[in-house]
Each structure stands twice: as C-alpha cells, then as structure tokens.
Design a binder for this molecule. Structure first.
Ligand code: ADP
Length: 443
C-alpha cells in the first residue's frame, strides 16, 4: 500500500503499544484487558493531539503551532506551509491593489467604476473634481441621478460605447467626454475627460472655414462678372479669348469649391438628426436624370424605381447628397458608359438610393478615405472633371443628419455603386417592386 511514511510510523507505534499491552496483560493474567488498556491509552493520546490541533487552528494568529510528532506533526507543518503561502499571495494582491488604486487616483482622466445598475462603486480624484462627486456620500448612487442629463441617460441605455459622449456642463461651460469600457461581469469603467480645449479648437476651425469661404465669395463674384463681360465683348483681342476662357473655367471651379465649403460648414454646424418632410424620391430621380442628360457629353441614364415610397428628410440636404452622387457618376463615366439610379425598399424596411455606373471604378485601398475632405483618388482626373474633392464629404454629413449610412462597392475597370441606406423610420408608405406601375419603375 502506498501510504505516507508518517502513517506507517503511526501504525507501527500502534502495533508496538498493542504488543506491550498484550505482554503486560499476559503477565497480569488478562491478555484482552491489557490490549484494551493499551488501545484506550493510544486513542486518548490521539484525541489529545486532535484537541491541541483544534485549539491552535481556532486561535492561529496568537498561538505558536503545537509541538507534536508523527502524523499530527505532518498535519501541523502542512497547515503552516499553506497558511504562509496564502499570506504571501494575499500580501502581494493587496500591494498590487494599492498600487493600482494609487496610479488610477493620480490619473489626469476621471475614472469611475460602475456596477450593472450604473451605480458608483468607486471613483478617482479627477472624476470627483470634474463631476462634483463626494466620497462616501455619492458612493452607491446611480450615476444618472447625480448627472441629470437626458442625453447621457440615453447614451448609457443604448449600450453602444465605441464613441464617447460629449456633454457641455456648468458655468463657465466645460465640455466633458464620457467613455464607457465594459469589463468583467456587468462591470463598467467610465473614463471622464475635459475636452473643452479640443471643442474650442474644433469650433474655431469650423468658424474659420465658414468665414474664409464667405469672404472669398464677393471677390470671386466680381472676377467672374468681369471675365464673363470681357468674353461677351465682340471687340475682344482673339489672343485673349483662350486665357480668358480658362480663367472662366477656373473661377467656376473656385465658385464650386467655395459653395461646397459653405454647404459643409452649414452641415457641420448642426450635428443633430433632422426631422424634415416627405420627399418624393421618384420625382427627384427624374430631375437628376435630366441634369445628367443636360451635360455636354453624357452617359446613358437608366431609372429603376422599385418603390414610390417617400423619404422623410431635409429636401435641400437630400437633393445636395443625391445630386453629388449622380454628378460624380456622370463626371467619371465616359459617354459610352451607363449610369443607373435606383430607389428601393430592403426586406427589413430600410430604404436604399443607389447610383451605379460603368465608370473607371475605385481601387479598394481608396474606399475607406473617399469621404474625407479634399480626398481624391486621381487628382488629375478629378480636376479635369471640375471636382472640388468635397462632394462625398457633403454626402457623408447629409446621411449622418438622416441617421443613414453610405455603402460603396467598386471594381476598378468595371464601375462603382454608391448606396445611401436610410432607416425604416424615414420611409413613408409607397408600393413596392412589382406592384409599381411600369411608368414609375423606369420613369
Ligand atoms: P470630387 O469633387 O473630386 O469628385 P468627391 O468627394 O465627390 O470629390 O469624390 C472623391 C473622389 O472619389 C473623386 O475625386 C474621385 O476620384 C472618386 N470618385 C467619386 N465618385 C466616383 C465614381 N462614381 N467613379 C469613380 N471615382 C469616383
């Protein structure tokens, strides 16, 4: 049998005691009595050891371990070893925790630990200062009871924490950014930052662009006027006609850039979702088609109206976004190509406006950057086509105002498809697909 040496020792000692008891019993004339007495003495000894051990375990902090041998000695040393190891780990954990608390407390950002009910478990000094939280008084309170801002409550409720939520609070106005980092089981870490400086800089940037664009408008109008008057003059020196025509082309381009910049500034100034009014997209697509066909060298234009549903939105903004997409398709598609405008409702009820072309297409590496201001895939091609590089940035902003998303599919050499997907709450009525009269389907 594979028993520990201490157990063998105990059994041997018990055997020795029983033998001694039997010997003494035999000498005194009662073998059984001798053995029974020896066994009782051995049992008493074990009980005494057990009693010592129990007493020590109950009051381990104040007593030194009992001095026992054999199996009991083994048990005592095992307990002592386990206890030391536990104490060592506890100490290390405690030091780590203190370290963590000290470093989090010293962080320049506010940190709040929240439970599943959004109640405050702990917060650092910066969070206390930024939000006016009081230690012990506000511990355990629901965050939304302390910061009574409906937009913050909505942000916490919707559970989408990829982007921080920025709030303006107090007097003088301070802009605070709240970012939730979920961790563990329903625990949340909230980072609170003072972003007033960034917000002020961003607002200065917006104001500068808006003012600069506005100021450029008047001199541009004067130059455009003079160039047009000169070009209409029959006595114009023929040598000047070509440079003046180029000047006219460039001033038109500048006018386009300035007006796009002003549009973007207006869109930038308001980040809230617009309510708007019902827009007849079928009629709008017919207008877009006419505009493309009015270009000097235009591709073939097809309409595919799979629904006559109306879109709830801002008419001027939606017209600007859709015409930017249609204009791009017309600009970049050769006159031998084809452009298709499609309006349809998806299975989930969302609405889709698509502009598809058989133009040059866009390489995949450019797709994520297309909506950046002044981003051009091919500088020369865009300039020749009279592009400002701002069209898709305007589309992105308009779609943001409508809770919609832009999806771009493109294959170089084959063509592109730009889709604006609007949420179902923006769709009003309308027959769908095959129920539409053919006159509407292809207008
Ligand atoms: P631009 O005024 O230069 O057209 P946009 O912001 O509208 O600026 O578009 C950004 C860039 O995306 C364009 O410069 C062009 O290179 C590319 N692009 C946009 N639409 C198309 C399209 N339909 N086909 C090919 N390239 C396109």
């Amino acid at each position: 049998m594979n028993l520990p040496p201490a157990v063998w020792f105990l059994l041997a000692r018990l055997g020795g005691v029983v033998l001694l008891g039997a010997l003494v019993g035999a000498l005194l004339g009662s073998l059984i009595g001798g053995i029974a007495l020896a066994l009782a003495a051995a049992l008493g000894w074990q009980l005494m050891n057990l009693f010592w051990l129990d007493g020590w375990l109950r009051d381990r902090a104040n007593r030194s371990p009992p001095d026992v041998s054999g199996v009991w000695g083994d048990v005592v040393s095992q307990v002592v070893r386990l206890h030391r190891r536990k104490r060592f780990h506890k100490q290390r954990l405690l030091e780590l925790f203190r370290e963590l608390r000290r470093s989090t407390a010293a962080m320049p950002d506010g940190v709040i630990i929240l439970n599943a009910q959004w109640e405050i478990v702990w917060f650092n000094r910066t969070a206390g200062r930024l939000l006016g939280l009081r230690r012990r008084v506000d511990d355990g309170m629901a965050l939304t009871n302390l910061i009574r801002e409906p937009s913050l409550a909505r942000y916490l409720q919707q559970g989408e924490f990829a982007e921080p939520h920025v709030l303006a609070r107090g007097e003088p106005r301070v802009h605070l950014s709240f970012q939730v980092v979920p961790y563990g089981r329903e625990q949340r870490l909230m980072l609170v930052r003072d972003v007033s400086r960034q917000v002020a800089l961003e607002s200065m940037r917006k104001d500068f662009v808006a003012n600069a664009s506005h100021e450029l408008r008047s001199p541009l109008t004067v130059v455009t006027g003079y160039v047009e008057t000169l070009l209409q003059d029959d006595a114009l020196d023929p040598a000047l006609r070509a440079p003046l025509t180029e000047m006219q082309r460039q001033t038109q381009r500048m006018n386009g850039i300035v007006s796009d910049l002003l549009d973007l500034s207006r869109l930038d100034a308001n980040e809230r979702e617009v309510q708007g009014e019902p827009i007849d997209v079928v009629a709008l697509c017919a207008v877009l088609r006419k505009d493309i066909l009015a270009r000097a060298s235009h591709p073939e234009v097809q309409l595919d109206m799979a629904s006559d549903a109306k879109l709830l939105g801002d008419p001027a903004e939606v017209l600007s976004a859709f015409s930017n997409l249609a204009d791009n398709a017309a600009k970049y598609t050769p006159h031998t190509g084809r452009v298709r405008l499609r309006w349809s409702i998806d299975a989930d009820g969302s609405a889709r406006f698509e502009v598809e072309d058989t133009g040059p297409g866009i390489a995949p590496e450019h797709l994520p950057r297309l909506t950046e201001r002044f981003y051009r895939v091919d500088e020369g091609r865009s300039r020749d086509a009279g592009g400002s590089g701002l069209g898709l940035a305007i589309v992105k902003h308009v779609l943001q105002h409508h809770g919609a998303a832009l999806d771009v599919q493109s294959t170089p050499g084959v063509g592109s498809r730009f889709s604006c997907v609007f949420p179902s709450r923006r769709v009003i009525g309308g027959a769908r697909g095959e129920n539409l009269p053919p006159a509407i389907r292809t207008a």
